[in-house]
Design a protein around this ligand. Structure first.
Ligand code: PEP
Ligand code: MG
Length: 572
């Protein structure tokens, strides 16, 4: 047996066979020529046959899919033998270009042409790029760059996953995620939590596990073991027994003494919102609007945006929905906003900053949010990602007012915003801590890098101190707010919508630090609610003080876990 230790990011224990995610496909080198021994006619015939193979494989997959997935696969299948695409490639082959390079370049031109047409046609440009990669893979005789398809449920093993990969992730087939890279705040971790899949990230060495080998995954302990035996089977059985205790959230987040801590949901669109409502989330604390448009190569139209937002609002009529404006950039590039050549995208023009380089998109988005809000019964709040200064907060608030949106707020995910929250909150109505990015920026550790997972840990006392500073800033702001009479108003709300809110022990610390709401993937609601209910505010404050004063993330975690016996009782 071999044990691999990584970071557990979602609880659960399973045993299953491993399937590897194929590596990303390398672009055929520019200027690659046909080999002198290959006639252009032969290369053209190979290309056509590769197109037909891809078409047949996609049609076979479509026959087993349903709903929107089936339609996408059927449309993509047809594109694999599309005469315009193939003719353009054959033309290049006839000038001496290799078949792989020819289909690559032909795919580029067709995609560009579709993009220029705009609207529905522009959306299809991604399908063309997808198909050309599949054809290149077929020509090379390597697996297509996609989540593998298998008849039996399996454990997906990857280097890391991007948000776009989820489009083809079938949760009835994939029973756990294991990655060699990524950290606890990476998108693999977010995807795992949102799908409720046991997951271990940053597990160095797992790439060496052979395809099809049976492994045991423990998403709480962060362990992956090959050749599972009786002990591992017993651990899985024990987990299955306890898991049912954490199936349901009753819709009322509170501490043992009755202090309310509303528990909200992080969602990426209408479908998520419906699931969140069914899971009794008390509202939406983070609508990641960029997730609604990840595949778009052009700015979504006003009507498309209104429809996407309204789908979420309608699921939460009468409740709070916090909409975050597009957070494009770094690990979530949107072609119409992001410069893919930036040397350091996490520190680049992302989030609110794209308004500097692509003005207009944000104002139009706010207009669409306002229209969707006006025709729905949700209590809509709006916040901007990646705010760094009070001046940016003031500008954003002015744009919201101009659009008719009444409750502007900011994400606090840059340390400068945490440290100046007092002044930022002079301009906006609320703040929401994005602890994923706050951790990566506080620790100067890219959240996508496996080797930096230990730094990228929201239990780092430095990160907890920034959370504390943000809350302290809101208290100071209330005391010094110029617009009052004698009475001190309540501090403006400071919530948390980073992944840290989904960790039941850390949720206790955040509540103890004075955070007003916690927003998380709906799957985490029952466990967080169950543990919060076991402590009073005074106990949560005492645990929070210990965590902030700890010398390391590990010490903070240990001190707090030791004070929460409910964790062991619930198998968390
Ligand atoms: C965060 O940074 O904590 C956050 C919630 O935003 P995202 O994970 O989408 O960057
Ligand atoms: Mg963020």
């Amino acid at each position: 047996m071999q044990n691999f230790v990584g970071v557990g990011v979602f609880r659960g224990r399973v045993i299953g066979p491993v399937r590897h995610m194929p590596p990303a496909l390398a672009e055929p080198p520019a200027g690659e020529k046909l080999e002198s021994s290959t006639a252009p006619e032969t290369a053209a015939a190979s290309l056509k046959s590769a197109g037909a193979t891809v078409k047949a494989a996609l049609q076979e997959r479509a026959s087993r899919a349903d709903g929107a997935g089936k339609e996408v696969l059927e449309a993509t299948a047809l594109m694999a033998t599309d005469p315009m695409l193939i003719k353009a490639a054959v033309k290049l082959i006839n000038t001496g270009v290799s078949a792989e390079r020819a289909i690559w370049e032909a795919g580029d031109s067709v995609a560009q042409m579709l993009t220029n047409l705009g609207g529905y046609m522009a959306e299809r440009s991604h399908d063309v790029l997808d198909v050309r990669s599949r054809i290149v893979a077929a020509l090379r005789g390597v697996p297509a760059p996609e989540i593998p398809d298998a008849a039996e449920p399996f454990i997906l093993l990857a280097d890391d996953l991007a948000p776009a990969d989820t489009a083809t992730l079938d949760p009835s087939k994939v029973i756990a995620l294991v990655t060699a890279g990524g950290g606890p705040q990476s998108h693999t971790a977010i995807i795992a939590r949102s799908l409720g899949l046991p997951a271990v990230v940053a597990a160095a060495g797992v790439a060496g596990i052979a395809e099809g080998d049976l492994v045991f995954v423990d998403g709480s302990a962060g362990v992956v073991s090959t050749e599972p035996g009786d002990a591992e089977r017993a651990a899985v059985a024990q987990w299955q027994e306890k898991a049912s205790l954490l199936d349901v959230f009753d819709g009322a987040g509170a501490l043992a003494d009755g202090t309310l801590v509303p528990l909200l949901a992080n969602v990426g669109g209408a479908k998520d919102a419906q699931e969140a409502a069914a899971a009794n989330a008390q509202g939406v604390g983070l609508l990641r609007t960029e997730f609604c448009f990840l595949g778009n190569s052009t700015e979504p139209s006003h009507d498309d945006q209104v429809a996407a937002y309204k789908g979420v609002f309608d699921a939460f009529a009468g409740k709070k929905v916090v909409v975050r404006t597009l957070d494009a950039g770094a690990d979530k590039p949107l072609p119409f906003l992001t410069d893919s050549t930036e040397p350091n995208p996490a520190l680049g023009v992302r989030g609110y900053r794209t308004d500097l380089t692509t003005p207009g998109v944000l104002a139009r988005q706010l207009g669409a949010i306002a229209d969707a809000a006006a025709s729905s019964g949700a209590d809509v709040w709006v916040m901007a990602p990646m705010i760094s200064t009070p001046a940016e907060a003031a500008d954003f608030a002015a744009m919201c007012t101009a659009a008719g949106l009444r409750i502007p707020g900011v994400m606090v995910e840059v340390p400068s915003a945490a440290l100046t929250s007092r002044h930022i909150l002079d301009h906006v109505a609320f703040a929401s801590l994005g602890t994923n990015d706050l951790t990566q920026y506080a620790m100067a550790a890219d959240r996508q890098l496996g080797p930096l997972a230990a730094l990228n840990d929201p239990w780092q006392p430095a990160v907890l101190a920034l959370v504390q500073a943000t809350v302290d800033g809101s208290v100071a702001q209330a005391k010094h707010s110029p617009a009052l009479g004698l009475e001190t108003p309540s501090p403006k709300p400071v919530g948390v919508c980073g992944e840290s809110a989904a960790d039941p022990a850390l949720a206790v610390v955040l509540a103890g630090l004075g955070v007003s709401t916690l927003s998380m993937t709906p799957r985490a609601l029952p466990a967080v609610a169950a543990v919060l209910r076991t402590v009073t505010l005074a106990q949560a404050q005492a645990l929070a003080n210990r965590a902030v004063a700890a010398a390391s993330a590990a010490e903070a975690r240990e001190l707090v876990r030791a004070g929460l016996p409910a964790l062991a009782e619930l198998g968390l």
